[in-house]
Design a binder for this molecule. Structure first.
Ligand SMILES: Nc1ncnc2c1ncn2[C@@H]1O[C@H](COP(=O)(O)OP(=O)(O)OP(=O)(O)O)[C@@H](O)[C@H]1O
Ligand SMILES: O=P(O)(O)OC[C@H]1O[C@](O)(CO)[C@@H](O)[C@@H]1O
Ligand SMILES: [Mg+2]
Length: 492
């Protein structure tokens, strides 16, 4: 019963301009599927909680506007005449309502019997703190909540589907993996061969696929979903978004980000200790962030020892008025030392304009390989001050790139990873497919792949919020360059 054409986005509109970006469901292409009562209803841990199951119609608003509910809605709310999906929305009376997503969580009816489920888990792309926690909680959640016994781990990312062995995953196998960094399954870039992957899933009789990875991985998951649908297979594809860079616009935050920011403090502290111990000491720390400076910016805000933070969203220059050299000179005069944090994607245009390694290198997944801006900046500063200005200065460059992502996740990321894992498996059990999970405005939701894979968040989108939060944190700010986003922060 396969569909020969791509499924268009499932957009549901309602009254008052309500728009639901819905996720696909197995019954969209296999209409006569049997349903079963959710086994959670007999679980004493859950049955005591009132209203444990998510209402079928519950949705989460992508944006919560700052104005109040319409008076008519307030009246309806008071009289119980609004559904819970509507209660979640606060709208401006004149503006169309924003996008909504289906709320995540367990449903009363499921589309898989426990002993019918054959699940698999795969991790793809770069490492991120929390990968093992997500794996653990999918396994334990399926086992404990749904009585699922057949769960396979696919080794080595997408290519592992057709070129590697599998691992049988049980709660015992995954018991303490959340205390370790990395992923027990291994990961990889490249090697996404859709038909080989789908053949492998079909041949093994797998019917739930949990795919943990970043933007590239979610695009790969979307292609797998489309092929499943084309073949008419009863296989639920659930994505769990992973990006240490925190650059997915639609969800509130990505897992591992907090841990990475925390770990980055150690490098910044070291840079600060080194810098303040020497005459004209400068500590430079390079942090991850190809296209967005979230890690750099949050690590800067948390530390209070950083004088200057350079991010990809805000181009900067070195020479002349408003340039980095001028700022360094002033800070050294005022303080005798300074710390600079630079995101890996910042200043790439400057390196390219100097003709450094202009060959466009790509990794196995087709991602552009960036030039080392930290080394370049260190060399430039040394050259400028020591050789050209004949100023004594001591510069120490620290690159903790892989140290901040190879660590185990911290406590709050562990809790977050657990919620993501549970959202994913509740969704798959309920028959949803072709979706990814994540909190939107603080509530966990199911988001269609086409939205997740197309939006990359940069700090530019949040410029105003950033200004507000920086001011709230007691930072003074100064512009470097001519852009409207702040590049330099001076602890107040
Ligand atoms: N457009 C695409 N279609 C199908 N598969 C893709 C696509 N883009 C990437 N992939 C596959 O997804 C996997 C991971 O992609 P990638 O290496 O870009 O990491 P990522 O998921 O974006 O994570 P990271 O946060 O580390 O960048 C790879 O196996 C890659 O082949
Ligand atoms: O060196 P690798 O393993 O390709 O990964 C590095 C990249 O992965 C990311 O963390 C994205 O997840 C980037 O910020 C970084 O450039
Ligand atoms: Mg990526």
């Amino acid at each position: 019963m396969g569909h020969g054409v791509d499924s268009p986005p499932k957009i549901v509109t309602g009254s008052h301009g309500y728009v639901l970006e819905d996720v696909p469901h197995l019954i969209d292409y296999i209409p006569d599927l049997a349903t079963y009562p959710n086994p959670l209803q007999d679980n004493p841990a859950y049955s005591v909680v009132k209203q444990y199951f998510v209402n079928m119609d519950d949705t989460v608003a992508q944006k919560v506007c700052e104005c109040a509910l319409l008076m008519s809605e307030i009246r309806k709310l008071a009289s119980g005449g609004l559904t819970s999906q509507e209660i979640l929305i606060v709208v401006h009376k004149d503006s169309p309502r924003e996008t909504h997503f289906r709320r995540a969580g367990p449903r009363q009816k499921v589309y898989f019997e426990s002993d019918e489920v054959h699940a698999c888990i795969v991790t793809c792309g770069g490492l991120c703190p929390g990968l093992n926690t997500v794996i653990r909680e999918i396994v334990c959640g399926l086992y404990d909540m749904y009585g699922v016994r057949k769960i396979l781990g696919i080794e080595g990312g997408y290519s592992g589907f057709y070129s590697r062995n599998t691992i049988s995953l049980t709660p015992k196998v995954v018991n303490d993996i959340h205390k370790r960094g990395g992923t027990i399954l291994g990961t990889s870039r490249g090697g996404h061969d859709t038909s080989k992957i789908v053949d492998s899933i079909q041949d093994r009789g797998i019917n739930q696929v949990y795919i943990i990875g970043g933007d590239g991985t979610q695009k790969g998951a979307s292609v797998i979903f489309k092929e499943m649908r084309r073949r008419g297979l009863k296989v639920a594809i659930a994505g769990i978004p992973k990006t240490i860079d925190n650059d997915i616009a639609v969800i509130d935050k990505s897992f591992g980000f907090d841990t990475a920011v925390e770990e980055a403090q150690r490098a910044i502290n070291a840079a600060h200790v080194e810098a303040e111990s020497m005459e004209n000491g400068i500590g430079i720390v390079k942090l991850m962030g190809r296209y967005s400076g979230f890690i750099a910016m949050y690590a800067t805000l948390a530390s209070r020892d950083v004088d200057c933070c350079l991010i990809p969203e805000s181009p900067f220059y070195l020479e002349g008025h408003g340039g980095v050299y001028e700022f360094i000179e002033r800070r050294l005069k005022e303080n005798g030392h300074m710390v600079i944090v630079i995101a890996e994607g910042a200043g790439q245009d400057l390196l390219l304009s100097e003709g450094i390694n202009s060959v466009n290198q790509k990794d196995a997944s087709g991602n552009k390989v960036l030039l080392d801006v930290g080394l370049w900046l260190s060399q430039k500063i040394k050259d400028h001050f020591t050789r050209r200005r004949k100023v004594v200065m001591n510069l120490k460059y620290i690159d903790p790139t892989y140290m901040i992502r190879a660590v185990p996740s911290n406590a709050s990321d562990n809790v977050y990873c657990t919620l993501l894992a549970h959202s994913a498996l509740h969704g798959a059990m309920a028959g949803y497919t072709g979706f990814t999970v994540g909190p939107v405005n603080g509530r966990h939701a199911y988001i269609p792949f086409h939205i997740k894979s197309s939006v990359v968040l940069s700090l530019d989108h949040q410029g105003q919020d950033f200004l507000r939060s920086n001011l709230g944190l007691g930072m003074q700010m100064e512009l470097v360059g001519d852009k409207d986003l702040i590049s330099i922060l001076i602890p107040g």
